[in-house]
Design a protein around this ligand. Structure first.
Ligand code: 13P
Length: 269
């Protein structure tokens, strides 16, 4: 493809991330990853244009890692959570050390389902962010407002406050990804408008600038998540501060996820 055919240059490599949540066992994971890879190959998808990452359940990670390695599939691998501790008597917990040994590059931290069902506070999210960085993992820090927050405080106050705490003790060169996921948009079929996503993502970038400096703000990728589909991804990706998507339900359907990854081919982008 000639350089002139490319979509306008973006300052950051887009990241399309599939959070599988508690879906797909390790056998289903193999079939899914292979089919996604073939679908993108058939469509002559350009691997360098977008980074793709999958976030399977813990029990799938070793199997998916082996498959990505053996078949040279260029998808990043991430876990959905990690322990704030590094090792010891913490039954049921998973250390970041184990995840980096499995060649995970990413780990989701502070997803609203963890905040809601596992009472994870902003302080826990900050401790887990530190743990991820100690083990060479890139934390994908999730923030977002509930419907009640939206009504009371508007869209940005809660996510801005959450991110501010998560970044409080980080070094300026820390590699992080931020995901803005309005809780009311998750799994509801009702995505935020691109304008709202842009507005909040711009404010989150400002938090990164204040905490880690301007250079970090310019290189940090900020994703939108919440009812992302092939039909709306392009409208989010047109926004200058939205650098990708964290996709739940639609990341479990091969054709749909492949179409999201290939958003640059959609009309009008
Ligand atoms: P949905 O795409 O199913 O709304 O989920 C979003 C999400 O929670 C990704 O982390």
């Amino acid at each position: 493809m000639a350089v002139t055919d490319r979509p306008a240059q973006r300052p950051r490599l887009p990241l399309i991330a599939g959070n599988w949540k508690m879906n797909l066992d390790h056998l289903q994971a193999v079939a899914f990853v292979q089919k996604l890879h073939w679908t993108l190959k058939d469509a002559k998808h350009e691997d360098g244009s977008v980074e793709v990452a999958v976030f399977p359940p813990y029990t799938d990670l070793r199997t998916v890692q082996t498959l990505l390695d053996a078949d040279k599939i260029p998808f990043g691998l991430g876990a959905q959570d990690l322990s704030a501790q590094d090792s010891g008597a913490y039954t049921g917990e998973i250390s970041g050390a184990f995840l980096s040994k499995l060649q995970c590059r990413y780990v989701i931290i502070g997803h609203s389902e963890r905040r809601q069902y596992h009472a994870e506070t902003d302080e826990v999210v900050a401790a887990k962010t530190q743990a991820a960085l100690r083990h060479g993992l890139v934390p994908v820090i999730c923030v977002g407002e509930t419907a009640e927050d939206l009504e009371k405080f508007g869209a940005s106050a809660v996510p801005v406050g959450q991110l501010d705490v998560a970044l409080k003790d980080l070094k300026a060169d820390a590699e992080i990804v931020v995901a803005y996921e309005p809780v009311w948009a998750i799994g509801s079929g009702q995505a935020a408008t691109p304008e709202q996503a842009q507005d909040v993502c711009a404010k989150l970038r400002h938090v990164v600038a204040e905490r880690l400096g301007q250079e970090a703000a310019e290189r940090t990728r900020i994703l939108y998540g919440g009812s992302v589909k092939s039909g709306n991804i392009a409208s989010f990706m047109r926004e200058p501060d939205v650098d990708g998507a964290l996709v739940g339900g639609a990341s479990l359907v091969v054709d749909e996820f492949a179409a999201i990854i290939r958003y640059q081919k959609h009309v009008g982008v």
